[in-house]
Design a protein around this ligand. Structure first.
Ligand code: AMP
Length: 397
């Protein structure tokens, strides 16, 4: 079995998976795990393989030690990169800016280019690049491939990609809509074309990636024409801990009137807002339990979330003109039937009708949840960004 190692390196963590690129989206990966608390006094590596979970605790001062420990733990359980037929390493890179529109074979030059984009994603890209450099040293004999979260949205029309701010300043500073979760939106929209047995070029789709982070996309044939995340992943839908769209004037108000430093406002909008900001929890299972207990804040958080989601769906229906499919994916989209039903309730006059029984089925794989007479087909398609990255990476092997 040829396997691809998929790495998603954050500032204090590295998620890893050894994936068979030919597996089904809902199959467990061959091995998976997490290195966490890098840079703290005590770190932890967790590995899942063959139905078992293994944990090692040790200080992990940097990504090199972290990945090395992960590989050793994998080797102990005979699933290390040298125990298997490793054909490539796929790296998730959050920001590809205007430079990258498709996956790239990583060379020194590509690393330098990715480094030049750090000002656009100062929290994400440096950690992604650390992961790349460490992995290239530890596994020098296989191709390393970078897959960009922004890549799919690279060719969006200027009317959707540009903000109405000073044109020259925006160009100089890289201020424009890039969009994120591109790997997921592309994977899911390809899958829907396959399920509908139609060429992708012939259908218009709305894809709703509703996880802890959330975004939606309007896709005309092969080409995304709009998406809800912006220059950063803070924009758009209400998320687990991120506010999504707010009046930008709020930032000035909090700074000037409430005296909050910019970094605190950044943390407020990214980590303490969204569903969590209103209800105190960001997990939708917890939110549902609170709603069932008639907790008013949970209900309010849910209503704000659905209100914003419906706004985007409506605006994308107008942008696309004709819509053939609307698809839910990611943790909330795949599992929460209430969110799906409420997001598309009372839209029969627009050709959207969910079948309650189909909608209530458990998340076992891709499925149609619209009624047989719904003009617009509504789907749930489990996303699998690691598998998509593995498939891109294998193409370079
Ligand atoms: P993701 O970012 O795609 O991993 O999604 C994570 C989120 O999905 C969690 O924070 C939960 O809010 C949500 N989630 C996961 N499982 C369920 C479930 N069974 N029912 C409702 N929400 C879920």
């Amino acid at each position: 079995m040829s396997l691809v190692l998929v790495l998603n390196s954050g500032s204090s963590s590295i998620k890893f998976q050894l994936v068979d690129p030919d597996q089904h989206a809902t199959d467990e990966p061959f091995a998976s795990g997490l290195v966490e608390q890098i840079g703290e006094p005590m770190g932890r590596v967790t590995l899942k393989h063959a139905g078992e979970k293994h944990v090692v605790e040790a200080p992990i001062p940097d990504h090199t030690v972290g990945l090395d420990l992960a590989f050793k733990l994998m080797a102990e359980h005979e699933c290390g990169p040298t125990d298997v037929e490793l054909v490539a390493v796929g790296h998730r890179l959050v920001h590809g800016g205007l430079v990258f529109s498709k996956p790239e074979l990583i060379t020194d030059q590509i690393v330098d280019l990715a480094r030049s984009l750090i000002p656009l994603a100062p929290l994400h890209n440096p950690a992604n690049i650390d992961g790349i450099e460490v992995a290239r040293k530890l596994l020098p004999d296989v191709p390393h491939v970078a897959v960009f979260d922004t890549g799919f949205f690279h060719g969006m029309p200027p009317a959707a990609a540009l903000y109405a701010v000073d044109k020259e300043l925006a160009a100089e500073t890289g201020v424009r809509r890039y969009g994120f979760h591109g790997t997921s939106h592309e994977y899911v929209s390809n899958k829907v074309a396959e399920l509908m047995e139609l060429p992708k070029a012939a259908i218009n789709q709305i894809t709703l990636h509703l996880g802890n982070g959330a975004s939606c996309a309007a896709i005309k044939g092969e080409q995304p024409i709009d998406t809800s995340m912006g220059m950063t992943p803070l924009a758009g839908l209400v998320m687990g801990t991120r506010s999504g769209d707010v009046d930008p004037g709020i930032v000035f108000h909090l700074h000037r009137t409430a005296g909050m430093p910019i970094d605190d406002i950044d943390e407020l909008l990214n980590k303490k807002s969204g569903v969590k900001g209103i209800a105190g929890v960001n997990d939708f299972r917890e939110l549902r339990r609170m709603i069932e207990e008639e907790n008013e804040d949970a209900w309010l958080a849910y209503n704000i979330y659905i209100h914003q989601l419906r706004r985007y769906i409506g605006s994308y229906m107008i942008s696309l003109g004709r819509v053939d499919a609307i698809t839910f994916t990611a943790g909330v989209g795949e599992n929460d039937s209430f969110v799906r039903a409420d997001a598309l309730a009372n839209l029969e006059m627009y050709g959207i009708k969910i079948d309650p029984e189909r909608n209530a089925l458990p998340n076992t794989g891709p499925r149609l949840i619209s009624a047989h007479d719904s003009v617009i087909k509504v789907w749930v398609v489990p996303t699998n960004e690691e598998l998509a990255i593995a498939r891109y990476a294998k193409a370079f092997a």
